[in-house]
Design a protein around this ligand. Structure first.
Ligand code: FAD
Ligand code: DHB
Length: 391
């Protein structure tokens, strides 16, 4: 048997940021990850960091490369009806900004910092289970390098994503709120120069498209597709043709093309469990909630959860005060539902559901025109997109 204060299940953004924050607060933790380091560092996902996420990574001392390579944006573009409309994020929010920096890079920086500090982070663990979560001394059991291990702790942080084992272990204590969407995103990475300085969210008759980037030489783009889309039906030429079509402008527009080196389909779902805690097991990030990616919130929300959890654990170990831990779920869920609403609103405004009725299409267009012409409506989009203040 081994022991620690906090057992962290999962080395995604939630688990790794939590481990880093706890280290800086003098709380001991062990991080357990199912996959290999290469796999985790190679997983292509989100790319937009809110100002508050960047500030937190800064305080945690892991933002040096982020500041060097991340791209700071002060606005985004909405494109529909052959026209482009800029939302001045900074102008509408008192100067707040977003940073475009791949989730993969955030994860690499956090893993490097953890390993450098010499603190425990175990990759390729298997048979992970949790036990005694209703007691004051719960345990995580797992197999590592051929040995069965029981890790006793005070608190388990379930940061093991949507398909992890922590949420199912306490399922009977949770209520699920859920919505599925009749579409998905086909995402690509390509060696091409970005065709715009800012992100472009396009609503086109053929469906949604998003133009994003990872560096001055690499673009990230997404196309609305079917949830069961077969990638074999999407040779590179078809991807480019469809992207060119969905980003077209009356005044003319041509997207820079290049070699596509990553292609995948992401399903879309809205999902929340309440509460986000049972006994000494606390869920954080995708283990507790999923948002459709249109609002660029998944990663930011995961980081917001663990910031709350780290503060609560600091008080718990500092003075024995459990008020922060007791309030964890309620405090996180307020932000979670605001972000759920925003993500669902952005999704419905920008996608074309299969068989969309003409009345709905007209309402969608009117909504987009309002968002782009009204100061109040564009401020609503901007302040949600750049993110709520830290607590
Ligand atoms: P995760 O990143 O899922 O990390 C969980 C970790 O736990 C993983 O490393 C996993 O291997 C590990 N794990 C699982 N089970 C176990 C176990 N039993 N024991 C130990 N470890 C375990 N958001 C956006 O905003 N924009 C996007 O474009 C976008 N694209 C996405 C594409 C995909 C394919 C997915 C799945 C998500 C995407 N997201 C996107 C969402 C965003 O990436 C997530 O919200 C973010 O990764 C959440 O971080 P997390 O740490 O909570 O979970
Ligand atoms: C990216 C992903 C998103 O979900 C989004 O809304 C904006 C950008 C990206 O991967 O760059």
């Amino acid at each position: 048997m081994t022991e620690t204060q906090v057992a962290i299940v999962g080395a995604g953004p939630a688990g790794l940021v939590l481990a880093r924050l706890l280290k800086r607060r003098g709380v001991e933790a062990v991080v357990l990850e199912l996959r290999s380091r290469d796999y985790v560092e190679g997983r292509v996902r989100a790319g937009v960091l809110e100002q508050r996420t960047v500030d937190l990574l800064d305080e945690a001392g892991v933002a040096e490369r982020l500041h060097r390579e991340g791209m700071v944006h002060q606005g985004v573009e909405l494109r529909f009806g052959g026209r482009s409309h800029r939302i001045d994020l900074s102008g509408l929010t008192g100067g707040r900004k977003i940073t475009v920096y791949g989730q993969q890079e955030v994860v690499k920086d956090l893993i490097a910092a953890r390993l450098e500090s010499g603190l425990p982070l175990h990759f390729e663990v298997s048979d992970v289970t949790v036990a005694d979560v209703e007691s004051e001394r719960p345990a995580v059991r797992f197999t590592h390098e051929g040995s069965e291990v029981e890790l006793r702790c005070d608190v388990i942080a379930g940061c093991d994503g949507f398909h992890g084992i922590c949420r199912p272990a306490i399922a009977s204590a949770l209520r699920v709120f859920e919505r599925e969407y009749p579409f998905a995103w086909l995402g690509i990475l390509a060696n091409a120069k970005p065709s715009s300085e800012e992100l472009i969210y396009a609503n086109h008759a053929n469906g949604f498209a998003l133009h994003s980037m990872r560096s001055p030489e690499v673009i990230r783009s997404y196309l609305q597709c079917r949830p069961d889309e077969d990638l074999d039906e999407w040779p590179d030429e078809r991807v480019w043709e469809e992207l060119q079509t969905r980003f077209e402008l009356d005044e003319g527009f041509s997207l820079n093309e290049g070699e596509i080196f990553d292609k995948g389909v992401t399903p879309m779902r809205s999902f929340v469990v309440e509460p986000m805690q049972h006994g000494r097991l606390f869920l954080a990030g995708d283990a507790a909630h999923i948002v459709p990616p249109t609002g660029a919130k998944g990663l930011n929300l995961a980081v917001a959860d663990v910031e709350v959890l780290a503060s609560a654990l600091e008080s718990f170990y500092g003075s024995g005060d459990t008020a922060g831990l007791d309030a964890y779920s309620e405090q996180c869920l307020r932000r979670v539902w605001r972000v759920q609403h925003f993500s669902s609103w952005m999704t419905s405004m920008l996608h074309r559901p299969p068989g969309q009725d003409p009345f709905e299409a007209k309402l969608q267009l009117s909504q987009l025109e309002y968002v782009c012409s009204s100061h109040a409506a564009s401020t609503t989009l901007a302040e949600n997109y750049v993110g709520l203040e830290r607590v």
